[in-house]
Design a protein around this ligand. Structure first.
Ligand code: HEC
Length: 244
């Protein structure tokens, strides 16, 4: 039984290595303790992503509370459907339409910043890696998710990139060496990086909403332990005085 299990796990290995891909992921430096960044990321998500991707585990009211936004503001600026404040973030689009339009229903992104190899870095690098590819139905491809059916919805901000192929690679199997900006968008490279860092940060928060509390609580726990250690040390001193 264990042997069979081991063989099964071994058989999975090449698949895992492949899943991680040979694309080098960039560091997102996402930090869920930066509330301003989370707020900007939420605004971007609702404007550019929520039309296709749901966040099935996340309620608008929770976003309002965790991101320190008044509920009226969330309803006014972040909810573009007929959803109520206590509802989950759903898409307006019918999943069947998604299938028909993109060849694939856009997946729920609640856990995407946790489920991908590299986590937030995968999402960040993915959003930087779209390039023009006329052979794809949407006209775009992506080096992090080759054959991706997602169009580059942020192209007006980033601009459009074209692939530069490795020299010497077989013509039938061209290898992309890097992407080059073909026509710039409305943002500079730094502005775009900052914007998708906010977006990645927001998706990281959505993957584990408790992380905001957990990480800010960690500091207090360490401080408490330090203070407690000091007290224990004083107490030990006190006891040993009598012994000496
Ligand atoms: C027009 C619809 C559409 C919009 C808008 C859209 N996406 Fe997508 N997205 C898709 C589709 C379709 C896929 C599935 C791609 C595939 O697997 O081929 C996808 C896949 C993804 C994935 C990979 C998910 C996975 O599990 O493989 C991520 C991450 C993602 N989108 C993020 C975003 C973000 C962030 C935005 C907003 C900036 C956004 N998407 C906007 C259609 C969309």
């Amino acid at each position: 039984m264990t042997k069979r299990l081991a063989a099964f796990l071994l058989a999975l290995l090449p698949g895992l290595a492949f899943a991680a891909g040979d694309v080098k992921l960039l560091e997102s430096n996402a930090s869920v303790n930066n509330i301003a960044s989370l707020q900007r990321g939420a605004a971007m998500y609702m404007s550019y992503c929520s039309g296709c991707h749901a966040l099935g585990f996340q309620r608008y009211s929770r976003i309002a509370k965790d991101l320190e936004l008044p509920e009226e503001l969330v309803m006014d600026k972040l909810v573009f459907t007929d959803a109520k404040i206590g509802d989950h973030v759903k898409v307006a689009m019918d999943p069947a339409d998604g299938q028909a339009w993109f060849g694939k229903t856009p997946p729920d992104l609640s856990l995407v910043a946790r489920s991908k190899p590299g986590g937030p870095d995968w999402v960040y690098t993915f959003l930087k890696s779209f390039y023009v590819d006329e052979t794809r139905p949407a006209g775009w491809n992506n080096t992090v998710l080759p054959g991706s059916s997602m169009p580059h919805v942020l192209w007006e901000l980033q601009g459009s990139q074209r692939p530069i192929y490795q020299e010497g690679a077989a013509e039938a199997l061209p290898v992309i060496e890097r992407l080059e900006m073909a026509s710039p968008g409305s943002m500079s490279a730094q502005e775009y990086d900052a914007a998708i860092r906010d977006l990645t940060n927001f998706l990281t928060y959505v993957g584990e909403p408790a992380a905001i509390k957990r990480t800010s609580m960690g500091v207090w726990v360490i401080l408490f332990l330090a203070a407690f250690t000091f007290l224990a040390w004083l107490l030990k001193h006190e006891y040993w005085r009598d012994v000496h």
